[in-house]
Ligand binder design. Structure first.
Ligand SMILES: Nc1ncnc2c1ncn2[C@@H]1O[C@H](COP(=O)(O)OP(=O)(O)OP(=O)(O)O)[C@@H](O)[C@H]1O
Ligand SMILES: C[C@@](O)(CCO)CC(=O)[O-]
Ligand SMILES: [Mg+2]
Length: 398
């Protein structure tokens, strides 16, 4: 057991283009957001594993011995990162009473944590007693990658406690980051957690939360975009709850039912993502022009229509598009859709009054809305004095 009292944080994300299509091997473009999930891991002497998840009102603990039993006599000694260990998932269900296929918020968060904890410490002589508290600035289950930020923080914390990644990585002032290899390991374990939560994730969300920045993601291949223009993005939360797992499964069913109709739509989304990437690269080379912005706006509209065809939009998202278009601004859903969040592209010349007016219109509709920064750093380890007071206050109350 290496780390004793550490604080980690990982960012949420917005998908510019390629959500859902990316699950079926197409290109996605994703950016990290300046809204983060924070995790505190403490070693304890209680012989218990405690998890405090104040955002979802979940406070649970398990006896370490009961958890150790789940690993004894397990036939799958070589838990690897290619697929989930179905036997262990089954044993965990028996212990927690969580039903197969549950999309309940608490069940998914608890199962993902316990699965990663057991697998990461499976080869240790004894399971460690730890207390883990997670608190997030991200809305839970709203399309901004809250599940991935959660899984990335859990993976980084457990791996550093186990010694598989450094618990004092290269430091830049008060925050520290890991080597490429260590980040890859964190990302792979976070993907296992996402598998528990999503069923069939593409891996784009955990990749952008691990590495940060702006990424092109294609069939597991992660390419950071080096030069991109400063984009101004408005985020809107329709506050309509939805489950990524259910939406992803719905798209799969539609593809199976109408392959000749849906596959061309996925191809077209791929082309939208690639055209967007080329446009962003052109914009970064010279001075971004009004035509560049017109292209980005058309791509947003085309993609939103495609997402409608896939059955993952929602009347609340149609309203978002209509309200912003009335002010000359273009929007699309981001993440899994079905409610949750949308993004609106602001132009460099969008005046402060237009932005204020559109924010007010959206608030009047009952939505939450704010301008955001993109391309922030991925997973980080913080010294406690560098963490915001608001976050430390949460941590100090558990
Ligand atoms: N702060 C948190 N504390 C505990 N659990 C969390 C937290 N944030 C996310 N989760 C877990 O992640 C689940 C939400 O994941 P889901 O994939 O449905 O939404 P999302 O990740 O916010 O959106 P998307 O996948 O579309 O970007 C929650 O039900 C919960 O299990
Ligand atoms: C809907 C989806 O494409 C993005 C969710 O943020 C699912 C995934 O890629 O795992
Ligand atoms: Mg998610």
């Amino acid at each position: 057991m290496h780390a004793i009292d550490c604080i980690f944080s990982a960012p949420g994300k917005a998908i510019l283009h390629g959500e859902h299509a990316v699950v079926h091997g197409k290109v996605a473009l994703a950016v990290s957001l300046n809204l983060r999930t924070f995790l505190r891991l403490q070693a304890t002497s209680t012989s218990e594993v405690c998890i405090n998840l104040p955002n979802i009102n979940t406070f649970l603990s398990w006896d370490v011995t009961a958890l150790q039993h789940l690993l004894q006599g397990a036939t799958n000694e070589h838990r690897h990162l290619k697929e989930l260990d179905a036997e262990l998932v089954g044993r965990l269900r028996e212990l927690t009473g969580i039903e197969a296929g549950s999309t309940d918020t608490r069940s998914m968060a608890v199962s993902a944590f316990l699965y990663m904890y057991l697998c990461i410490f499976a080869k240790a002589k004894a399971l460690p007693s730890v207390s883990v508290t997670v608190w997030s600035e991200l809305p839970t289950g709203a399309g901004l990658g809250s599940s991935a930020a959660y899984c990335v923080c859990v993976a980084a914390a457990l791996l550093s406690a186990q010694g598989a990644v450094s618990s004092s990585p290269g430091s830049d002032g008060d925050t520290a980051r890991w080597s490429g290899e260590e980040l890859e390991l964190i990302n792979q374990w976070a993907f296992q957690g996402e598998r528990i939560i999503h069923g069939n994730p593409s891996g784009v969300d955990n990749a952008v939360s691990t590495w940060g920045g702006i990424l092109r993601y294609h069939a597991g291949k992660i390419t950071p975009l080096q030069r991109v223009p400063m984009l101004r993005i408005l985020l809107t939360n329709t506050r309509v709850p939805r489950s990524t797992k259910t939406l992803v499964a719905g798209v799969k069913d539609k593809i199976n039912k109408f392959p000749s109709i849906l596959n061309p739509v996925l191809e077209s989304v791929d082309a939208v993502a690639c055209t967007c990437e080329q446009t962003l690269m052109e914009m970064a080379k010279g001075l971004p022009t009004a035509e560049h912005y017109a292209t980005l706006e058309e791509l947003i509209d085309i993609n939103q229509h495609h997402l409608n065809v896939m059955g993952v939009s929602h009347p609340s998202l149609d309203t978002l598009c209509r309200v912003t278009l009335a002010r000359g601004l273009h929007s699309k859903l981001t993440g899994a859709g079905g409610g949750g969040c949308g993004i609106t592209l602001l132009r460099p010349d969008s005046s402060a009054s237009v932005v204020q007016d559109v924010i007010q219109d959206l608030k009047d509709t009952g939505y939450e809305c704010w301008e955001t920064s993109i391309g922030v750093p991925g997973i980080q380890l913080h010294s406690s004095h560098a963490v915001k007071e608001e976050v430390m206050n949460v941590f100090n109350s558990y």
